[in-house]
Each structure stands twice: as C-alpha cells, then as structure tokens.
Design a protein around this ligand. Structure first.
Ligand code: NAG
Ligand code: NAG
Ligand code: NAG
Ligand code: NAG
Ligand code: NAG
Ligand code: NAG
Ligand code: NAG
Ligand code: NAG
Length: 555
C-alpha cells in the first residue's frame, strides 16, 4: 500500500518533471471542440482576474475600463489559495484578461494543469495594449506584445486559446475595426502554427444582430473564397448576459438562431447577469444541454474575483485584506451546484473538416472590408527609424500620453506645408492601408515629423515640435537620399507573412522545464471593454487610446 502510493507519487512527480501532459490536448474540428480521446469538450469556466484600477479622470477612458491590471497567473500564493475553490466549482477552464509576459507563470499554470484546468489567455492589455476602437490599427507594438505573451505561455499544455481582443467593437459605427481584428487573428494563427495547437479566439460584446452577426461571420470567413481558414478564428466568444435571475430558455432563442449555422466553435466568453438578484445560475442547465450544445461549447461565468461595473457588482468570493483567506458567497455555492449537475451530450463525434464561407458584404451596419491590413513588420519600422532625418525623441516617461496630440499637431503642420498623413492612416472600410500604418505610434509620429522637415527644406526649426523632435545625424545626407531610403524600407515589406518573435523580446520569465526551443511567438493586439445592454463585461481589458484621433479629421 505504502509502496504503491510512493510509486504513484514518484510517477506523478516524474511525469510532471518530464513535461507529460496533465490535460489532454483540445482541438477544434468543425464547429466543436474535442479532447484527444475523441470526446467533446465543453468550456465549464470562470473568469479569473482581479479587477485593475479604474481612473475616472482619464479622458480617454470613456468606458470606465481599468487602466492597470493584476496578473493573477503570476502569483503562486494567490493561485494555490484559490485552486481548491476552483476545484469545488468543478471548472475545467479559467479566463485571464491580461497577463504580463515578463513574469513567471510556472507555478500557477502547472498547478492548474495538474488540476485539469485549461486557460483562455487574452493577449491584449489595458490602455494602449489593445486595438483602439476609435482609431483602429494593427501595429508592430501590438503584434510584439501578443507574441511575447504567446512565447511565455507556449510551454504550458493547458492553454486552450488566445484571445486577440475583447469587446474592441461595441457599436455598429466602429465595425471597420473588424478588419484589424481579423488581421490580428491571421497573424497570431500563423505564428501559432509553428509550435502550438492553441486556438485563436475573440470575445465579443453582445449587441444588435445587425452588426454582431455579420461581425461573427466575418471573423470566421475566408475573404479569398477558396475555403481557406488562414484568417479565420477558431473560437468565437460572446459575452452574453441575456439570462437574468430565473429566465426561461427562450431568452436565448434569438442568439441560438443567429449562430445555428456557425462554422467554427462558439461559446459564452462571459455570462452571469447581476441585475436580477439573486444570481441563480440556472442558465447553466440550459447552456449545457440540447439544443444549446448543438451551437455552443459552454461558457465562462463572470467572475471569480469581485468586479465592479456600471451594471453592478460581480464576484463570487471575497479575499481577505491580507490576501490569505477566501470567503465564498451564495453566488459561488449556487454556481457550484449548477456546474456539479451538468452532463452535456458527448455528440456529435468529430468530423474533421471545416467550411470557411465567403465573407459578409459591407453595408451600413457592417463596415469592414475584406481587404485586410498587412502583417506588422518590425524590420520595416526599424529601417524607417534609421532613415528619418527628423525623429520623435520623447522626453517624458510615458510618451503614449502625448503621441496622439503630437501626431495631430504634426499632421496639421504637414498639411499646411502641402503634405498629407495618408501614409500613417488605415481605413478598414475602404481597405486602404497607408504604407506606414502598421508601425507603432512613435514611428508614425517620426514619419510625420520627418515629412514636415523635408517639406520645409530641412529647416532645422521644423524639427522641433516644442522640443519633442531631433535631427538624426546618422540619416542620409539630403532629402532625396532620405526619400529613397524610406522607399527602400517600405519596398522590402511583404504584405503578409508568418511573424517571428521580436528581436528585443525580454522573453518569458524563467522558462523552466520545457524544451526551451525558443521559437518566438508573438505580435499582438487588441481587446477592449465590455458591456452591453444589461451588461458589463469587458471589465478588464480596454483600450481607449486615441492616438491618431486627429487623423480622422485631417484625412
Ligand atoms: C510586467 O512586470 C514587470 C516586472 O514587475 C514590470 O516592470 C512591468 O511594468 C510589467 N508590465 C506591465 C505591462 O504591466
Ligand atoms: C460611433 O458613434 C459614437 C456616438 O455617436 C461616437 O462617440 C463614436 O466616436 C463613433 N465611433 C466611430 C468609430 O465612428
Ligand atoms: C447588413 O448585413 C447583415 C448581414 O450580413 C444584415 O444582418 C444586416 O441587417 C444588414 N444591415 C442593413 C442595414 O441592411
Ligand atoms: C500575491 O497574492 C498574495 C495573496 O493575495 C498577496 O498578498 C501578494 O501581495 C501577491 N504578490 C504579488 C507579487 O502581487
Ligand atoms: C464581498 O464583500 C462585500 C462587502 O462586504 C459584500 O457586499 C459582498 O456580498 C461580498 N461578496 C461575496 C461574494 O461574499
Ligand atoms: C504602452 O505604453 C507604454 C508606456 O509608454 C510602453 O512602455 C508600452 O510599450 C506600450 N505598449 C504597447 C503595446 O504599445
Ligand atoms: C474610410 O473610407 C470610407 C470610404 O470607403 C470613407 O467613407 C470613410 O470616411 C473613411 N474613414 C476615414 C476615417 O477616413
Ligand atoms: C512635447 O509635446 C507635448 C505635447 O504637445 C508638450 O506638452 C511638451 O511641452 C512638448 N515638449 C517636451 C519637451 O516634452
């Protein structure tokens, strides 16, 4: 007996050391998820992210989104405190909204894996770490952010999916941003195809079907018309708060109808309305049985940690002020009871193939072009930065706070000198993307500053911008040479390619145990808020950073 248990302990320990999977690989086949043994996989999940701080004075933060985050998956003390409670809930998945790729996640990720719990990792971060809903672009800084996170997490066996955004689009007039989200999915998918089987997802705010449905179909369609999934999501998440209190299953009729023929997997990336207390979680029985299991692959209950939003107070537990003790609420116990009773059908069996239909056509409620923006290209932007004769030289600690203003100023100056900011503009409706539009905001600003400097005959006073710009003494010697160097940088840029890890990546912290193969991962973007009619969602990710705000006016 004793011997057997020691042996068992030894086997478990050595399996862990050898990196043997504690969880089965989950793949998408057609519109459903399957474990390696062929059984259907349903996401029985809970959101696991402490709420960041919300700065109500931030003029960019119209949505009350947090402007900081706490990476709970990097805190082994917190994780081991919470794991027994996650196990009591019988969840098989947690969703984390923001993680820091420079921290070590080994303890938490491995403990979750040993407990059979997968993770859905959102790649975006608050503030500037997400595709901007008001001025969308798909840029090197976001792609690199995403790749750094993927590289940090690719060594774990329990990453189910990476989300390329959360509630980036909240209204029909912003649906042009879908082109940038789809490009993010394309590039992340290409990057993942190298080392990983993780799925590529997006979490959408629930909204009017006149734009939500074409948006969902657009993210899973093939613009080339040849049944090719290269730009398609694997996993569409709907942040759905329709069930309130003790609703009837018919509340879902409309969404069920809208997604009845969807071609890839779909799930509720958040659910659990607080506006008809008490939360009974009786939707669990409906979501995890037919006919909803024909359409959806489960959902993520929102939220384990307390989270305050305009729609009310969420959260199933409280953590003591010293961080040591978890107190569960009635919400927790009711969800636990409901999750304990699920028995979704293990059908249909895996079919293997997926159809990627043509994309929805543009109309007044769905504005995105099927011409996608290019893959952001670090080498191209670095090349430009060497070629510019006049460049942005930030003197403040957080340049992102002034870049938008300076771009507007510089574009105004350039316009006055007969030039234009078209090269840095990206329009997801017309499908016209300026040659420099994939670069980070700082490079775009330098581009405009340089163009103004050239347009004014390299007058030194033109390269100033109240002390924010400096002449680059290493640049080519005259305007013609600068122009030709810039052209050469841009001519070398392919429109789409499989991205690689950024050269300067700090890399994941302390990757231990796994192969250390070091193939990068990366570039990324997006994410943003959440809420909706009854709802609240996106509590954690946001991105209302209006760099380029003025461009729209000037273009
Ligand atoms: C990630 O963590 C490092 C180390 O604590 C910190 O310096 C950095 O600011 C964090 N990054 C973000 C985006 O929070
Ligand atoms: C959409 O309309 C709202 C309300 O009129 C406005 O605040 C927002 O800036 C618009 N967004 C875009 C991307 O046009
Ligand atoms: C736009 O097309 C979608 C289908 O792709 C449709 O649901 C929506 O109603 C259309 N909008 C208008 C204003 O016709
Ligand atoms: C980790 O979580 C514990 C428990 O909540 C907390 O006391 C501690 O400050 C956290 N550590 C970090 C580095 O955030
Ligand atoms: C957490 O504490 C707050 C304040 O005391 C209370 O209103 C709330 O109900 C508690 N939540 C849970 C889940 O117990
Ligand atoms: C966001 O802004 C901070 C501060 O300027 C910067 O360090 C960081 O790299 C930016 N992140 C992205 C993804 O652009
Ligand atoms: C984008 O292009 C469309 C035409 O396709 C135009 O109506 C719209 O104003 C442009 N948007 C911006 C922000 O320039
Ligand atoms: C840079 O630009 C910002 C925004 O316009 C301005 O506030 C600041 O004074 C300028 N100069 C320096 C040295 O930061």
């Amino acid at each position: 007996m004793r011997r057997a248990s020691r042996l068992a302990y030894f086997l478990v320990a050595s399996a862990a050391l050898a990196g043997v999977s504690a969880v089965q690989k989950v793949t998408r086949q057609g519109r459903y998820l399957y474990k390696a043994d062929g059984s259907r996989f349903y996401i029985k999940g809970v959101a696991y992210q402490p709420q960041g701080t919300v700065n109500p004075d931030d003029p960019n933060n119209a949505f009350g989104e947090p402007d900081s985050f706490i990476d709970a998956l990097a805190n082994s003390t917190g994780c081991s405190r919470d794991l027994p409670f996650l196990q009591q809930l019988e969840v098989n998945t947690i969703r984390a909204y923001s993680v820091n790729s420079s921290l070590n996640h080994d303890d938490c990720m491995n403990a979750l894996s040993q407990a059979g719990i997968y993770t859905i990792i959102d790649l975006s971060l608050p503030v500037n770490g997400s595709i901007d809903r008001d001025s969308p672009a798909w840029t090197t800084n976001l792609l690199d952010l995403y790749i750094n996170t993927i590289d940090t997490f690719s060594k774990y066996d329990n990453v189910l999916a990476y989300n390329v955004g959360n509630e980036v689009i909240t209204t029909a007039n912003a649906t042009a941003a879908a082109a940038f989200i789809k490009a993010a999915a394309r590039d992340v998918k290409a990057y993942l195809s190298v080392p990983s089987s993780a799925l590529v997802g997006y979490a959408a705010i629930d909204a009017d079907d006149s734009w939500l449905v074409p948006f969902a179909n657009y993210l899973s369609c093939d613009p080339s018309g040849s049944n090719d999934g290269d730009t398609a999501l694997d996993l569409f998440g709907l942040n759905n708060y329709e069930w309130c209190g003790d609703s009837q299953p018919s509340v879902y009729n409309n969404k069920n109808g809208a997604f009845a023929g969807y071609n890839v997997a779909a799930y509720f990336s958040e659910y659990g309305n607080v506006q008809c207390p008490p939360r009974l979680w009786t939707e669990v029985g409906t979501l995890f049985s037919e006919p909803m299991t024909d359409i959806w692959s489960g959902g993520i209950a929102f939220s384990y940690f307390p989270a305050q939003s305009a729609a009310g107070q969420f959260g199933m537990v409280n953590i003591s002020s010293d961080g040591t003790t978890v107190t569960t609420g009635d919400d927790f116990n009711r969800l636990k009871t409901q999750y304990g009773q699920t028995s979704p059908p293990n059908s249909p069996s895996a079919s293997g193939s997926t159809t990627f239909p043509a994309c929805p056509t543009q109309n007044s409620t769905f504005l995105a072009s099927t011409t996608l923006p290019p893959t952001p290209n670090d080498a191209g932007c670095n090349c430009l930065n060497s070629a510019f004769a006049c460049r942005f030289t930030p003197t403040v600690a957080d340049p992102s706070s002034i870049i938008g203003v300076l771009i507007n100023q510089a574009c105004g100056d350039l316009g006055g000198a007969g030039g234009s900011c078209d090269a840095i503009a990206a329009n997801g409706t017309s499908g016209v993307y300026g040659a420099v539009s994939f670069c980070d905001a700082s490079t775009k600003l330098s581009y405009v500053m340089d163009a103004f400097y050239e347009a004014t005959n390299s007058n030194a006073q033109s390269c100033d911008f109240a002390g924010n710009a400096t002449v680059n003494s290493q640049a080519p010697s005259n305007s013609a040479a600068v122009a030709s160097a810039i052209s050469a940088c841009l001519a070398a840029v392919p429109s789409t390619f499989t991205p690689s890890a950024p050269a300067s990546t700090s890399g994941g912290a302390a990757a231990t145990g796994s192969s250390g193969s070091g193939s990068g991962s990366g570039n990324a973007d997006s994410g943003a808020l959440a809420f909706d009619a009854p709802a609240v969602v996106g509590v954690l990710v946001s991105a209302v950073f209006s760099v380029l705000g003025g461009l729209l006016v000037l273009a």
